[in-house]
Design a protein around this ligand. Structure first.
Ligand SMILES: Cc1cc2nc3c(=O)[nH]c(=O)nc-3n(C[C@H](O)[C@H](O)[C@H](O)COP(=O)(O)OP(=O)(O)OC[C@H]3O[C@@H](n4cnc5c(N)ncnc54)[C@H](O)[C@@H]3O)c2cc1C
Length: 439
């Protein structure tokens, strides 16, 4: 078969790997001039490692990603340092990334609330019945079982931070997935995620996969060629700005909105399903600083929205991996999940830095503007799918109603939360489906 894959993120590349291994001709279209998609990174001339545009790490439970890395012979390049995640209580930061640390956290007192917190956490780690949980919103389920205080202190800030105005609508299976599939140790690739993406792309090219960078797909259509035309004509046409090629099968790995634009010939109910899926965008500033921001060496600060910070997360990357990889620069992320249309999307980098600067002093009173060497602001409309009650009924099928056209995106890895691990999982799943229905 001749197969086109739209998108050279980890989903698209994982699908390409298995399809090529099975002997098919595979061409990847990628609109950017680099591979890696949302997990891609960038590098200053004095850095040995790249920095992800949006903060990224792996969990030890990311078996699809770690399994693929092992297959590619790159296992020795994965490192799992032990950075510190902290939570705010009464103006002080407390470590909060293991069961022991959670039990010692003073924000819940040491009575019944802590016991409820512990039991709910344990239940969610042990149960696999997410189908029952998705019938409830996380807001109602947590209030009922964890109790108002535990919910409002621990879980509500997480929901509000990630989902903003939709926080009351998110289902409990999302919360379950978060607790189920996360570990204390966090991993990365020596050289950064971009290094891994580039090595993966090199391996694919050596296998014979063609990766067309800087090539934006506009339309995917059924090939209306009449039977008497050349036998080389395939079932689907991919139009990349006037250059049209025909394929037996096509996999799209972009957002549902883009999928609906590429293939307006999809039946109305499938298009409607794509367009009704909700998601949040993200705006993330990367700063290179002359000095360390968190003197305590904390990596990840969870910032409750009601504590008045202008961002959701502050992440000091060089408290996770050494500043030596970045020519001694200290790398800090300040970011938020936001609805598209939020003012941060239209602010200039300078305006956003103005907005964030006073908050940076709260992490280190000595911080001043002249610590900032450079900033980069990264924005995406499609960062975080929002799963509503009974969401499993709304997931678009991977095999679309158009024969040979497949869709495998972040919005379909449910009940799991999006992540590179699940991009690999769904990429390999779509490849398996295509191979089974190989005609
Ligand atoms: C703020 C933030 C933090 C995150 N943190 C983590 C984390 O810590 N750990 C983790 O594992 N994951 C994290 N993720 C999620 C992770 O980045 C994604 O789940 C994963 O990269 C998705 O891969 P994908 O291949 O499905 O999609 P994408 O990476 O989005 O790939 C789709 C590709 O399609 C390309 N494309 C779009 N339109 C066209 C077109 N018209 N023609 C051709 N190509 C096109 C895009 O350029 C892109 O390269 C984070 C994401 C965000 C936004």
């Amino acid at each position: 078969m001749k197969i086109a894959i739209i998108g050279a993120g980890f989903g698209g590349m994982a699908a390409a790997y298995d399809l090529r291994k099975a002997g098919h001709e595979v061409i990847i279209y990628e609109s950017a001039n680099y591979v890696g998609g949302l997990a891609s990174g960038f590098k200053e001339p004095n850095w040995d490692w790249s920095v992800e545009k949006f903060y990224h790490h792996w969990f030890q439970s990311d078996s699809s990603m770690l399994g693929l890395i092992e297959e590619l012979g790159l296992k020795d390049k994965v490192i799992f340092p032990r950075p510190y995640t902290v939570l705010l209580y009464n103006g002080k930061w407390y470590p909060f990334d293991s069961i022991l640390k959670a039990l010692l956290f003073p924000g819940l007192g040491f009575g019944l609330d802590k016991i409820r917190f512990g039991f709910v956490g344990l239940y969610l780690r042990l149960t696999n019945d997410w189908k029952s949980l998705e019938q409830y919103t996380a807001d109602e389920w947590m209030r009922k079982y964890a109790g108002r205080k535990v919910y409002e202190k621990m879980w509500k800030p997480l929901l509000v931070g990630k989902f903003g105005p939709f926080y009351r609508d998110v289902n409990m299976a999302w919360m379950w997935a978060r607790l189920k599939a996360r570990t204390t140790r966090l991993g990365t690739f020596e050289g950064g995620f971009q290094k891994f993406a580039d090595l993966f792309a090199d391996i694919l090219r050596e296998m014979g996969v063609e990766i067309r960078l800087g090539t934006q797909v506009k339309f995917i259509k059924r090939n209306q060629a009449r039977p008497e035309q050349s036998r080389r004509e395939k079932g689907l046409l991919v139009d990349a700005g006037g250059v049209v090629d025909s394929y037996d099968k096509v996999v799209v790995t972009t957002s549902p909105n883009l999928m609906a634009k590429f293939a307006p010939d999809l039946p109305q109910n499938y298009l409607k399903g794509l367009l009704e899926l909700k998601s949040m965008g993200a705006v993330v500033m990367v700063l290179s600083l002359k000095h360390q921001l968190s003197k305590e060496g904390y990596y990840w600060f969870n910032l409750p929205k009601d504590a008045g910070y202008p961002m959701l997360a502050l992440v000091e990357h060089t408290n996770f991996v050494s500043k030596e990889h970045f020519g001694g620069d200290h790398i800090v992320y300040a970011g938020d999940y936001l609805e598209v249309g939020h003012e941060y999307f239209s602010m200039s980098d300078e305006e956003l830095l103005e907005r964030f600067t006073p908050a940076l002093k709260k992490f280190n009173p000595e911080f001043s503007r002249d610590w900032v060497k450079k900033v980069w602001v990264n924005k995406t409309n499609y960062a975080q799918p929002v799963p509503l009650v009974n969401h499993s009924k709304n997931i678009p099928t991977i095999q679309t109603p158009i024969e040979g056209l497949y869709f495998a995106s972040m919005s379909q890895v449910y009940p799991w939360d999006r992540g590179t691990n699940f991009a690999v999982e769904i990429g390999r799943r779509v490849a398996r489906m295509m191979l089974v229905t190989n005609k």
